[in-house]
Design a binder for this molecule. Sequence first.
Ligand code: AMP
Length: 466
Amino acid sequence: MNPGQREVVLAFRMPEETKPVENQVAPTTGESSFAALGVCAVLCDACRLLNYREPTPIQREAIPAALAGKDIVGLAQTGSGKTAAFAIPILQFLLEDPRPYFALVLSPTRELAFQISEQFLALGSEIGVRVATLVGGMDMVGQAVTLAKRPHVVVGTPGRVVDHLTATKGFTLKHVRILVLDEADRLLNMDFEEELDQILAAVPRSDADPSKGETFARKTYLFSATMTSQVAKLQRASLRSKETVRIEVSAKYSTVETLVQHYLFIPEKYKDCYLTYLFEELVARHSCIVFTDTQSSAQRLALMLQNLGYGAVCIHGGMSQPNRLGALNQFKSGEKHILVATDVASRGLDIPLVDFVINYDIPPHGKDYIHRVGRTARAGRTGRAISLVSQYDVELFQKVEKLLGRQLEALAGVQQEHVLLLLDRVSEAARLAVQEIREEKLVLHAAARKRRIPAGASVSRRRRRS
Ligand code: AMP
């Protein structure tokens, strides 16, 4: 043990009454308890505090396998509880052997990275786990300071992890014992292949050979919603094939049973009006994500709903990272109950207790529908999804139904004459929204023009002054 490691052992608060891990297992309360999976008492307590009454299917399979030292390939959709499925074993290993940079978790998006870190902190709050979150769009220096505190777990997007590897003095992945590749299919879809290669080259090997003085083999947990050929390639490159447990908890493209899905066939020109009607009559003050296809539509709808008196915010890829996080936090805290989002928010975001998902636009790819509606009915809860299908969307929607393997039902009881009673109010709110966007653009344009005063002009002004 080197001096640095000793310092971390001391910093990692071990509750007085929970010394050897073997003795920590909480009383078994049945086949389906966390304790029965071998989870130690302090982490069982953390699960209880988070209201995790019993393990989800992925947790039931993955936790014992991970605790037995296996590599894991988990095919699971978001909402299945997969984050805790890898976080709980990692925290339990850390309790036994607390060391800095013990685990590296790679996530395809910044938002997901923050959520993973939050779950580590929530589950590990009693044991003083230190987590660093390394994502783009945020200050490198602040992240370097967190790294200097020798975190136990590093969560990050591949690009920013590589940036720190090259730029941050003292940051190394040489001590990583567990590498988690979360949403591996997306990591690869988002062209992170090069960064992943660099990271795989920087972490300890998974097939370490003690005869060559290599003391430990890195373990890998790979989670993915789909097993594409690219993911299979990554699996071959990063996992010890003989030591791997493969877990699949959901059908390839399915939605959970607790999700009630409907569509509403509507004329395109009254889309805004139907959307508002759904809020008036059905959604009311419940939490709801409205999915749209474009950034401008997300912005326009959020403003329109605000003009109608609803608490709405939008999130899309064109927003700065702090603005995106701000909007997400307003939604998560319940300050706003409607989130209007593009597909940037459709996967990986852990937004608990979303009661409704509304597809304002039908996504061009059926898989995106599955990911969008996966924002509700998570972890055993019920939820509702409603898709607005206009005369132009019929073909796209049929593709979705084909992927789901069944036809969805129309939402009953909606009469157009009732919907159109809202038309004047909605049209005015939509008109104001467009005007607000135009005015905001003009202000931004003017500010940009001011900043762009040619170099020569400022020099001559300075000369004039002097
Ligand atoms: P994930 O699939 O990791 O995105 O998790 C989805 C949501 O389920 C998160 O809000 C978790 O806090 C929650 N969760 C995880 N495990 C459980 C469990 N065993 N019981 C209830 N909720 C859970």
